[in-house]
Design a protein around this ligand. Structure first.
Ligand code: ZN
Length: 202
């Protein structure tokens, strides 16, 4: 049986396409999703959504036992983790983890930087804090034991991989955003797929 991981970036209260994800789960009852999550939604900071919406979202997320959460930065700002000062990175990790605790949202220690933008120093401090780093397959690897995907969801399914590590986005402009790949996933994913979380294979 082929083992398949689906990771999706940019989970946050203002994200759209959650309904599509629920539909996909109906079609593949054993689906598991590794969700790289933004714990501080910029739309809350800018007053575009209310705190109640954030709490309601977190409550819904907690109920999804087929979704596991992993930190995707703090507020997903450009260059957020392109920081060379290790003391500052220490402080940022505290802010990020507190934001998950404030949402009462359990998370596993796999870190993916927003836009894959991560300084070597930030990566090192995260590793000292027990994090595995998720790195872009299209950029030089920083750490030997990083988590690297081998399938982007808009591509043909990689039939020769024993462990398919798929990557996409919940929403946004990327080609691998869920609304763009949703229909194709129904026939791309093998019906006998054994879905895994990232935490189950690292
Ligand atoms: Zn992102």
């Amino acid at each position: 049986m082929r083992k398949i991981i689906i990771d999706l970036d940019d989970f946050q209260p203002s994200a759209v396409n959650l309904d599509l994800l629920l539909k996909l789960k109906e079609h593949f009852p054993k689906l598991k999703i590794s969700a790289f999550t933004i714990p501080i939604d910029a739309n809350l900071i800018f007053g575009k959504i209310k705190k109640e919406k954030v709490l309601e979202w977190a409550g819904l997320m907690r109920k999804l036992d087929w979704v596991e959460f992993y930190p995707h930065g703090i507020a997903h700002t450009p260059n957020e983790w392109q920081v060379n000062d290790k003391k500052k990175v220490e402080a940022m990790i505290k802010v990020m983890e507190k934001a998950f605790h404030d949402l009462d949202l359990p998370f596993k220690k796999v870190f993916k930087a927003p836009f894959w933008q991560l300084s070597k120093e930030a990566g090192e401090v995260l590793r000292e804090h027990g994090y595995i780093i998720a790195e872009d397959r299209n950029q030089p690897r920083m750490f030997d034991d990083s988590y690297v995907y081998n399938w982007s969801l808009e591509e043909d399914f990689p039939k020769d991989e024993v462990l398919v590590k798929g990557h996409g986005h919940l929403d946004g402009e990327s080609e691998n955003a869920l609304d763009k790949v949703f229909l194709d996933l129904h026939y791309k994913l093998p019906n006998d797929a054994e879905f895994k979380f990232i935490s189950e294979v690292i």
